[in-house]
Design a protein around this ligand. Structure first.
Ligand code: DP6
Length: 356
């Protein structure tokens, strides 16, 4: 290869969508490997809506690994970033050695420059770390020619990221092994399974959350007996029920389980000592509006769920979107602080794609 083309950077750009948990992950049994105390289940959103786009370049001329998030340089030595980089490079090295030990491995030691941008507010409880680390791991894998199961690596960036490695309905099986090899994401149903399902994101606040998920769940594991009860006695049955509701496309069952799980998650936050408040006044109003709406029709047409922040994700079927948008505009007119919302998003999409 001529000298100048060897200096040309190798550049790959990929996107990954956000996922919304309907059975929540909250609490780790191993902080370093990011092993959860319960399994969880989520829905991956549509590629074109809430997503992270990551571009990674490698070049012999780069002196060190560097990363920019939303245009600002961040510390590449963050332990979770380092875990992902180390694991992908390890797999790449292993693959080269297995395929052909004589293969040149200089590309593997090349430094990377990573640029990642979200098209939605970071750290406002919209699962930005999930899309971010899923995209990072997938793009790194492309850059270094690594294939196969990558969710265990994404998991080491951020637990919920492992679920964004697949489209459709995805479970993260908590696993039992100490080394975390069986703590993986698995698709329950593909992105084509339930095309009528939609979400509406109601932005109650785009500010950074006061307590991050990582430290919040640490305190919950230490102090909340409700969390232990949830992980041991509630989630196993709820996972089975949720998978059945998804497989049968039973919206009422899916919606009820989703709301109950969100409520129990926020109850464990309140049971944490000192307590953690992720929901605000607007979130509580949204909860009331959803229950009133369902009561009005005598059937469960809407479900809310909230992650570690006040913004609501509302699930519904396609035919109910226009009316519910009107309801939102009535109760939360744009001049109030609950006025922003992101339009009815189709939820199902293939999780990851490479942009050409
Ligand atoms: C409330 O995956 O952000 O969104 O593993 O510490 O990075 P770390 O936590 P993270 O927690 C997500 C918590 C949640 C529920 C969920 O997505 O299941």
């Amino acid at each position: 290869m001529p000298e100048d083309s060897m200096d040309k950077p190798n550049i790959v750009t990929c996107t990954a969508p956000v996922n919304i948990a309907v059975v929540k992950y909250w609490g780790k049994r191993d902080e370093e490997l990011i092993l959860p105390i319960n399994s969880s289940l989520s829905v991956t959103l549509h590629q074109d809506q809430l997503k992270t786009t990551t571009t990674i370049a490698t070049s012999r001329s780069f002196q060190e690994d560097r990363i920019w998030l939303n245009g600002k340089e961040e510390d590449i030595n963050h332990p979770r970033l380092q875990s992902c980089l180390r694991e992908i490079r390890r797999l790449a090295r292993k693959r080269r050695n297995d395929d052909d030990p004589s293969l040149d491995s200089t590309g593997l030691s090349q430094r990377v420059h990573i640029c990642s941008v979200n098209n939605f507010p970071t750290a406002a409880g919209l699962a930005s770390s999930a899309a971010g680390f899923a995209c990072l791991v997938y793009t790194l894998a492309r850059v270094f020619g690594v294939e196969g199961e990558l969710s265990a690596i994404a998991r080491q960036g951020s637990g919920s990221a492992c679920r964004s490695m697949y489209g459709g309905f995805v479970q993260w099986i908590m696993g039992e092994k100490e080394d975390g090899k069986d703590s993986l994401a698995q698709q329950v149903e593909a992105e084509t399974h339930w095309p009528e399902l939609r979400i509406l994101v109601l932005v109650a606040s785009a500010e950074r959350k006061p307590v991050g998920s990582t430290s919040g769940m640490q305190t919950s594991v230490k102090t909340s007996s409700l969390l232990k009860h949830r992980a041991d006695s509630v989630v196993p049955g709820r996972m089975a029920d949720m998978i059945e509701a998804v497989q049968k496309k039973d919206f009422a069952a899916f919606a009820e389980l989703t709301m109950k799980d969100s409520n129990q998650f926020h109850a464990t936050c309140l049971d944490t000592y000192p307590p953690i408040f992720y929901l605000n006044r607007v979130s509580q109003q949204i909860i009331n509006v959803v229950h009133r709406y369902n009561r009005h029709y005598g059937e469960t047409r809407l479900a809310y769920t909230f992650d570690a922040g006040p913004n609501a994700v509302i699930f519904m079927l396609k035919q109910h979107v226009p009316e519910f948008v009107q309801v939102v505009q009535h109760f939360f007119p744009p001049e109030t602080n609950g006025g922003q919302f992101i339009k009815g998003l189709p939820v199902n999409s293939a999780a990851l794609s490479e942009e050409l």
